[in-house]
Design a protein around this ligand. Structure first.
Ligand code: VG1
Ligand code: CO
Length: 542
């Protein structure tokens, strides 16, 4: 019943920041998905006798693709596939399940915050036995397999029904359909003081969680409403839809503007949050108070000990390079290590496995800890709620306290989306070439102290990753970073990251774009963004 189908390598199957992302029709065109799945299996040394976790964020093509993956896993000799009911598993829940069940890895179907639908985006990533994204070495091996592929293997029978819980056989392989929420909710109950959270909601504390019609709806409903007693209806847009309601399931002030409006309107709830397509990102908003992801990481690092799971303190923290240095100041005050890694969660895996870091975060709304090996949106929301319950303060009060103690790292990211790929690449190449000449130059009020290209030496396995972003440091401590996105599916996305530390107590509550005005001017002067991309302003400012 094993069908061996001759095939040839397809171009462009190189995993990016977080797996492989392409336009949905590309993935749907047989044998693109089949080739990539076979390349994953070959790249990890085969799946004979192995157990895999399989699930996705419910976007268009999720169910069909899972059927193909199950048939291919059976034909390649896997012993068991653990699948979320209906094909659903959030990225952090999949990571948790891999670890909990001792599986050999998992295939997660998602293009995360990218829109979904027949003409939108699809994605597939492989996570290893530690529950984390494939390392650079494994990603390279998978890519190499895509180049040499001559055949793929598929079980010549229909895929089993995954709408009902239980076990069925596909050939000799067990397909075990599990509830996507149960084990994850149990893990959260072990980390956080659910009694204190129930008591908080009993006092009338009001929450609005926007699941953006993506995968966290069922998780947030079960945990926040059913188990913790948040008022029914606190979780909005809770039903996962194949096209996420036609929007970007990206939790930032632009795409989650309904939540922003609610949190800044009259009768705003006490706490607002949103998550992304696959549930690994989070956005935190207090009443009238948006918390930047970099600040959120710093506050969580400062106060995590208020939650039972972190009562013993943190071993260390880690942030991606473009993330603001706010968390560095907390780590310094606590006397714990702070690691700076390239963009993408895979770079945190070794630090977490080695017990060097407990908390990690990225400026793109990703925060997580060593409880899994992915960033975890709902976990961040629960940690915030636990801290608010223990501290008895509002989000705005906590932020004001934090800035008064540590200073405020004003921060913003400007994205230029779908720009001409060659224009974007030549902008980066020319800036790279100019880096050695920049020190000492002045742009407006700012003088450049030094400039370099970020490279990373993994302190655990010694591997090196180069070309991870161009950095420009100014004499007053401001910083500018330029890099190209590795998750887009059309053209190139230029990301410009802007940061400036403010310690003057009278200047801690400015509008970030105003506080960063000089750094924004410097970015244009140094890189010539408008002339090169034809864009007068960024598409998305977060
Ligand atoms: C973006 C973010 C990065 C994040 C990645 C995956 O990558 O900047 O911080 O890890 O998305 O996030 P890039 O290469 O486009 O800048 V998600 O929620 O896929 O899983
Ligand atoms: Co995501």
């Amino acid at each position: 019943m094993i069908q061996i189908v001759p095939t040839t390598a397809l171009d462009g199957q190189k995993p990016g920041t977080s797996g492989l992302r392409k336009k949905t029709p590309v993935f749907m065109q047989n044998p693109y998905l089949q080739n990539y799945v076979q390349a994953i299996f070959d790249g990890i040394g085969g799946v004979q006798g192995k157990a895999l976790v399989v699930g996705g964020d419910g976007r268009f093509f999720n169910d069909t693709a899972i059927g193909v993956i199950l048939r291919m896993a059976a034909a390649n000799g896997a012993s068991r596939c653990i699948v979320g009911q209906g094909g659903l598993l959030s990225t952090p829940a999949a990571s948790n399940l891999i670890r909990l069940r001792g599986a050999d890895g998992g295939l997660i179907l998602s293009a995360s915050h990218n829109p979904g639908g027949p003409d939108a985006d699809f994605g597939l990533k492989f996570n290893g036995a530690n529950g984390g994204p494939a390392s650079e070495a494994v990603s390279d091996a998978i890519h190499a397999s895509t180049q040499t592929l001559t055949e793929y293997r598929i079980w010549d029978a229909p895929a089993p029904d995954i709408s009902a819980l239980g076990e069925v056989y596909l050939g000799a392989m067990v397909v075990e359909v599990v509830d996507p929420v149960t084990d994850y909710a149990q893990a959260m109950a072990q980390l956080f003081d659910f009694d204190a959270l129930r008591a908080l909601f009993k006092t009338g504390f009001r929450l609005r969680f926007d699941a953006m019609h993506a995968v966290t709806g069922p998780y947030a409903r079960e945990i926040l409403e059913n188990r913790l007693g948040a008022a029914p209806g606190s979780v909005v847009n809770a039903t996962p839809l194949p096209d996420f309601g036609g929007r970007h399931p990206d939790p930032n002030p632009i795409w989650a503007h309904e939540l922003m409006d609610a949190m800044h309107g009259t009768d705003a709830p006490d706490f607002g949050a949103a998550s992304d397509g696959d549930g690994d990102r989070n956005m935190i908003v207090g009443r009238g108070c948006y918390v930047s992801p970099s600040d959120s990481l710093a506050v969580l690092a400062d106060l995590a000990h208020l939650a039972p799971g972190y009562a013993g303190g943190l071993k260390g923290v880690a942030r991606s390079m473009p993330t603001s240095c706010a968390v560095d100041r907390v780590a310094e005050a606590k006397g714990i290590a702070c690691y700076e890694t390239p963009t993408g969660w895979k770079f945190f895996g070794n630090l977490l496995d080695a017990g060097r870091a407990t908390l990690c975060g990225e400026e793109s709304a990703g925060t997580g800890s060593d409880h899994v090996r992915e960033k975890d949106g709902l976990w961040a929301v629960l940690l915030w709620l636990n801290i608010l319950a223990a501290a008895g303060k509002s989000v705005a009060q906590l932020m004001a306290d934090h800035w008064a103690r540590y200073g405020r790292n004003y921060y913003s990211r400007h994205d230029y989306e779908e720009v001409d790929a060659e224009a974007a690449q030549s902008l980066i190449a020319d800036l790279r070439a100019a880096l050695p000449t920049l020190a000492g130059q002045s742009t407006g009020a700012l003088t450049i102290a030094r400039a370099d290209e970020f490279g990373y030496d993994d302190p655990v396995d010694g591997s090196h990753s180069n070309a991870q972003g161009l950095r420009i440091f100014f004499k007053d401590g401001a910083r500018l970073v330029f890099r190209l996105s590795g998750t887009g599916t059309a053209g190139a996305t230029l990301r410009v990251y802007l940061e400036r530390l403010e310690t003057d107590p009278d200047k801690l509550h400015l509008d970030p774009q105003e506080a960063l005005a000089e750094v924004i001017t410097a970015a244009e002067a140094i890189a010539g963004i408008t002339a090169r991309t034809g864009r007068a302003k960024p598409d998305v400012i977060t």
